[in-house]
Design a protein around this ligand. Structure first.
Ligand SMILES: Cc1ncc(COP(=O)(O)O)c(C=O)c1O
Length: 512
């Protein structure tokens, strides 16, 4: 018998949704799940309007970012239609599969019992959900897909799909791509490895999870840059590691001299994430000798090493290490487009067999046709010419953003110009809390990330992470004008907690 659906008005959503702040499930996820269920069951009628982010945020007492991220997620799934300046509307045409009978109240989704330690750790940080800002200016961490040669890529894919009529030989790391990568990494990044030390994975994040799974035993310590990349801390913490923050100076990560040697040192030496700083060669050699003394492994995340604008890029740590203690991670998400979904791991030879077993076991396999197409894309010179092109474009955008900020916001923001990468850090001069600034900017349509959200304690660094690579100069100019209007006038914003002292160096952190 069909269950009766009791319709609810979109305006009442704030009264129906219940968010549990003590739940292991993040607020964005809870909100997304409940709204999805209301729409899928037909209780929120097709075409009906939901409250604005501002109203719903006030009703639920959460930040507007939380609401925006949930709305964006539902829009990407086809449940909502978002248009600028209008309230979100329930989609008028839902896929058949989205229309399900009124489900029983899914309290069990909000309070999942019996999760593994691994899963509980993952959901408690709410990463990467909280990391996905809407794809609007000045979102950081992405290149401009509009500059990618889609037609050339499509030709490489097509050719390989058609070739694929012959039997698949079973290799999950395609030999041609391994070989092309080996040559490319050797010539351009100074990486030394044989082709069979290169593992092709769906993302760099997959490489980090794989490394965490094979190296970390519960209680091991992992040293990470602070502020740093939450995806790495999250992967190592979920595997049972205690995360130890290392401070940074202008040459990069500082190895804490008095610390018990960590099992793993995670670093982003090409352009430190998020500050963009380049680790000096001297600091690289110090880190390598610390790893040798402490018998630690170094995980080098070279996520955007190709995108270097000033001078020659410094070779990878991996190539400087005589003892092969470095696991080198890379990705095509930044230099090409995230949709490619290909990352890679270059592993020391003694770990190679274990990695392949774990890779098969976890199913971390990139689509064979995509691997073969990528091998052609590199071999035919398209990859290098794309990098050369975007390097020129992104450098001009970096300078454009830095110049516009300097002209319009120099009394509010101190800009740090990175030698490469896709984003820059602008510190708040007057000690305002960056999270409040980020929310205020999001209200005006400019989406940036707070530096505090990338600090292990979630509060000791204050500044804004502003993306430039994905945005045209006109888009950057418009965003900076909005920022100037929003940050230089209006109500005062809450003060930030005091910055941490250097004495905190090396303590174990509970969360990122
Ligand atoms: C420092 C760093 N490493 C790794 C990644 C993940 O790359 P992928 O998309 O290949 O997982 C990112 C993505 O933002 C990043 O910023």
């Amino acid at each position: 018998m069909k269950r009766m659906v009791v319709p609810v008005s979109g305006a009442l959503v704030g009264a129906i949704v219940t968010l549990d702040r003590r739940s292991d499930v993040g607020l964005v996820t809870q909100l997304t799940q409940q709204l999805r269920a209301l729409i899928a069951s037909g209780r929120l009628a097709a075409g009906g309007l939901l409250p604005s982010t501002r109203t719903l945020a006030a009703d639920l007492a959460v930040s507007r970012n939380t609401i925006s991220y949930a709305f964006e997620q539902l829009a990407s799934e086809g449940y909502l239609k978002l248009s600028r300046g209008r309230r979100p509307a329930v989609a008028t045409q839902l896929d058949d599969c989205a229309l399900v009978p009124d489900p029983a109240p899914r309290r069990d989704i909000v309070r999942m019992p019996g999760l593994s330690r691994w899963a509980s750790q993952l959901v408690s940080t709410d990463w990467p959900m909280s990391y996905q800002a809407p794809m609007r200016p000045l979102r950081a961490g992405q290149g401009d897909v509009r500059e990618f040669p889609h037609a050339v890529w499509a030709r490489c894919l097509r050719r390989n799909v058609l070739r694929r009529s012959r039997a698949h030989d079973g290799a999950i790391n395609r030999l041609r791509l391994r070989h092309e990568l080996k040559e490319y990494l050797q010539a351009n990044r100074g990486v030394r490895a044989d082709a069979d030390q290169i593992f092709i994975l769906p993302t760099a994040q997959a490489a980090l999870s794989l490394v965490a799974a094979i190296l970390i035993a519960p209680g091991d310590r992992v040293l990470v840059e602070d502020p740093g990349y939450p995806g790495a801390a999250s992967a190592f913490r979920a595997a049972g590691a205690g995360i130890v923050g290392a401070m940074l100076d202008d040459q990069g990560m500082l190895y804490p001299g008095d610390a018990r040697p960590p099992k793993v040192i995670f670093t982003t030496p090409s352009h430190q994430h998020p500050t963009g700083r380049l680790m000096s060669v001297g600091r690289r050699l110090e880190l390598i000798s610390a790893a040798q003394r402490g018998e630690s492994w170094i995980v080098e995340d070279d996520y955007d090493g190709e995108l270097h604008y000033d001078g020659r890029p410094v070779p990878a740590l991996q190539g400087l290490d005589p003892q092969a203690r470095v696991l080198y991670v890379g990705t095509f998400s930044k230099a090409m487009t995230p949709e490619i979904r290909v990352g890679y791991l270059v592993a020391p030879a003694p770990l190679a067999q274990t990695i392949e077993i774990a890779q098969r076991h976890m199913g971390l396999i990139a689509a064979v046709d995509v691997q073969e197409a990528l091998a052609d894309f590199i071999a035919d010179g398209h990859f290098l010419s794309h990098i050369r092109k975007v390097r020129r474009i992104y450098r001009a955008r970096r300078d454009h953003l830095a110049g516009a900020l300097e002209r319009q916001l120099s009394d509010v923001l101190a800009v740090e110009i990175p030698p490469g990468g896709m984003q820059l850090v602008a510190r708040l001069r007057d000690g305002r809390a960056d999270s409040a600034v980020v929310e205020r900017l999001a209200d005006s349509g400019v989406h940036v990330r707070s530096l505090s959200s990338l600090a292990l304690d979630g509060r000791s660094e204050h500044g804004l992470l502003l993306g430039f690579a994905a945005w045209r100069e006109s888009e950057i100019s418009a965003a900076v004008r909005v920022m100037a209007a929003s940050l230089t006038v209006g109500r005062p914003i809450a003060q930030a907690p005091r910055a941490r002292s250097r004495a905190n160096l090396g303590r174990t952190q509970a969360r990122s």
